[in-house]
Design a protein around this ligand. Sequence first.
Ligand SMILES: [Fe+2]
Ligand SMILES: [Fe+2]
Length: 296
Amino acid sequence: MGAKVSEREATAGRLLRSSLEHSYEPTIDIDWEAPLVHGLWGLPQHRSTLYGTDLWEQLTEDQRRTLTIHEVCSVARIGLWFEMILMQMLLRYAYDRDPRSGHVQYALTEIADECRHSIMFAKMGERYGVPDYAPRPLVHHLGRFFKTVASGPAMFAGTLFVEEILDQFQREAMRDETVQPLTRMVNKIHVTEEARHVRYAREELLRIMPKAGKAERGVAQYLSARTAYLVARNLVHQDVYASVGIDPQVGRRAALDNPHWQESLRWSARKLVPFLREQGIIGGPTEILWKKAHLV
Ligand SMILES: [Fe+2]
Ligand SMILES: [Fe+2]
C-alpha cells in the first residue's frame, strides 16, 4: 500500500510542478484581436470530414476553407462539452478524498485547466464567428447521464479517449503552416496542458484496473464504448455543412461514409486502442461499438 501511495504522489508532484512551469492563460496569451489570415485553413484540409468526397470536389477552395473553420470550431465545441462533464466528474472525485494529497490537488489543478480551455474554445467559436455547434439533444442528455454515473475506470477511460483523439488532431494541426494561427495557438495550448491530463488518467487506470471487479470492468467497457461511439459520430456537427450550402443531413451521410474520414478516426485512436485493450477496457461484446465508430 505504502509504495503505491507514494508512486501516485510522486506522479502528482511532477504534474503539479509541470503545471506551474508550463501553463497558459488563453484570455491573455492569445491575441484575440489579430486578423485572420486570408487563404489559410481552419484545420488541415485532409482532416475535413468531406475531404475526398464528391461533395468536396464540388466546393470552391474558399468554401472548403470555410468548412474547415466550422469544423474546427465544432470539434472544439464537443471538447468543451466533454470538459464540462469532466470538471464535474473530477470535482465529485475530489469531494470524497483527502485534499492534502498531491493527487487531489492535481485533480483540482486539472479542473482549473479545463475551465480555462472551455473559455478558450468558446472564444475561438466567437472569434471565427460560427454558430454554437452544441451537441444534439440526445448526446447532451447522455452526457448528463455519463457524468452522473461514471466513476473509477469508466471515468478515466472515457476521459482518456476524448483527450487522446483530440490530442492527435490538434498536435498535427498546430504544426501545419496552412492552418490559421488562431487554431494553431489554441491547439498548442491545449496539447501542452492535456499531455499532463493524459498522463494522470493513464497512470490512474494502470493502478485501478487490476483491482477492478468483473462488474466494474463490464461497466467500464460499456460506458467507454458508448462514449467513444457517441463522440466519434458527433465530433463534427451536421449543421457545419450548411455553412457552404450543403444540406446538413446529406453532409453528415457523406462524412460518415467517407473512407478518408473513417481512416482519420482510426488514425486519431491508434495509440490509445492498444493501451485500452491491454487494460481490458476494449474487448467483449461492446467492441462492436468501437468498430462501428471506425476507431478499431
Ligand atoms: Fe482541455
Ligand atoms: Fe483534459
